[in-house]
Design a protein around this ligand. Structure first.
Ligand SMILES: NC(=O)c1ccc[n+]([C@@H]2O[C@H](COP(=O)([O-])OP(=O)(O)OC[C@H]3O[C@@H](n4cnc5c(N)ncnc54)[C@H](OP(=O)(O)O)[C@@H]3O)[C@@H](O)[C@H]2O)c1
Length: 429
């Protein structure tokens, strides 16, 4: 065997701790795969005295994680998190010092990925991030290296386990979003501050990376519609089922005309499709690779062992000498995203209105929809308790989202409409 690959770990939490434990337990088998020993030589975390699942007593400790750049490691693995601050310093200092970098940090790369990838290329070093998207699912490598021959048409993913857990649980129990979120927090499926997950921000970070890999563009959070799951009600989930759909928080990036549409939104997914069957905290990615066909990946999108498995796969790649560009194309050749032309992307929509049960209300809604050229395919009206609002649910024909938004804005001003209308796109695939 040749020289060991020296590894420095920045962060020894859920993922970093598991990476260390796995390397300590399965070192010999992994070294066979890598063709050389994988040897952790240095570590850093916030608190040196914390009890850890893995033994760090023989490893060199660095109080400042950025100083791992000065260690004798070949690779620095950044598993601290956060889009700026120490994580960014760790990655940049390591590359400047000529180390490879492996990270699971989607927030960092969605914002600064092009710059950091460029730095890695200038230094002739690797920047790998399989763990940053969909945990243990090998989607980054698949988009970067495997599904490249025909060009990618679309990527659709369930990329946040917390949201998928909440939606699955709401469907199974009929309970409100807030109640299920509270339980998810108590069970450790949701963070105490869940905003980044439930608001769609975490999915947006991951989608920006997938989009960059799939389309050879710079990750772009600016040209992305981002909406979370906070407004989904048990009624929406029940109505979806009646129409033969399930509601999932999807990240979708697809070619539309000469541009690319990127959106993170709750979407109606047809019940018989693989994406609709992804339940609980699982993640999945559907890739439309044009003439090369559709591909579907499903697996654990978070958690210690799945995420550590992705980190270790990157380390093995580096040990074997795979140090190509982080996004598959050199950072200075990544294109700037051209947004899809306004009105070019269209789909059917689920619309729900909470209205007072008064004569003329339906005609008023229909009038606004017609004015914006939104035509209705089917409709359900529910709820007739005296004086209580009723739900009117409609499925539209294929329509540009901008037209539906225009109609809803007008409808929302009606004194017969009780709450902000709900609009959910119906996903074609
Ligand atoms: N958890 C998952 O399932 C998962 C899945 C995919 C990707 N990721 C990504 O992986 C990364 C790590 O996530 P995690 O869940 O392992 O986080 P975590 O459990 O919170 O661990 C964070 C680690 O960073 C250390 N740390 C915090 N501030 C530091 C500082 N200023 N200097 C040095 N070390 C510091 C902490 O030290 P102490 O231990 O001393 O507190 C801890 O060891 C994040 O980017 C996350 O988005 C996580």
């Amino acid at each position: 065997m040749t020289e060991p690959l020296g590894i420095a770990l920045a962060g020894l939490g859920t993922v970093g701790g598991e990476v260390l434990k796995t390397l300590q337990r399965h070192g010999p088998e992994l070294s066979q795969r890598a063709g050389r020993p994988l040897e952790v030589v240095a570590v850093s975390a916030r608190n040196r005295n914390k009890t850890r699942a893995a033994d760090i007593s023989k490893l060199k400790w660095f109080a400042d994680a950025a100083e791992l750049a000065g260690s004798n490691a070949d690779v620095v693995v950044e598993l601290i998190g956060g889009e700026n601050g120490v994580a960014r310093r760790v990655a940049e200092a390591a590359l400047h010092a000529g180390k490879h970098v492996v990270t699971g940090n989607k927030a960092l790369l969605a914002k600064h990925g092009v710059r950091i990838a460029g730095l890695a290329e200038d230094k002739g070093r690797a920047l790998k991030f399989e763990a940053a998207v969909a945990g243990g699912i090998p989607i980054v490598k698949s988009l970067r290296e495997s599904l490249i021959s025909q060009g990618i048409v679309a990527v659709r993913g369930i990329l946040n386990g917390t949201c998928n857990y909440i939606l699955t649980n709401m469907e199974a129990t009929g309970r409100l979003f807030e109640e299920v979120l509270r339980d998810a927090q108590a069970l450790g499926y949701a963070e105490s501050d869940p905003a980044l997950d439930i608001g769609g921000g975490d999915t947006a970070h991951k989608l920006a990376l997938l989009s960059g890999l799939a389309f050879g563009i710079k990750p772009d959070l600016e040209h992305m519609t981002v909406e979370g799951i906070e407004r989904i009600t048990p009624d929406d989930i029940r109505f979806a089922r009646e129409f033969g759909f399930r509601i999932k928080l999807l990240g979708v990036a697809r070619r539309v005309g000469s541009g690319i549409e990127q959106r993170v939104q709750p979407a109606m997914v047809r019940a018989s499709t693989p994406l609709a069957d992804v339940d609980g905290a699982f993640n999945a990615v559907h890739v439309d690779a044009g003439a090369a066909g559709p591909y579907f990946f499903e697996g654990r999108g978070a958690g210690a062992a799945p995420t550590a498995s992705a980190v270790i796969a990157d380390l093995v790649d580096i040990a074997r000498g795979s140090i190509g560009p982080a996004f598959g194309i050199r950072a200075n050749e990544l294109r700037t995203l051209e947004p899809a032309p306004v009105g070019a992307a269209s789909s059917a929509f689920y619309l729900r209105f909470e209205v007072l049960d008064l004569p003329g209300v339906l005609a008023e809604i229909a009038g606004h929809l017609a004015q914006s050229r939104v035509s209705i395919e089917s409709m359900i009206q529910r709820g007739r308790a005296h004086g209580a609002p009723v739900s009117i649910v409609m499925i539209t024909h294929d329509t540009p989202q901008s037209a539906v938004e225009r109609a809803l804005k007008a409808i929302a001003t009606s004194d017969k409409v009780r709450a902000r209308p709900c609009m959910i796109p119906m996903e074609a695939a």
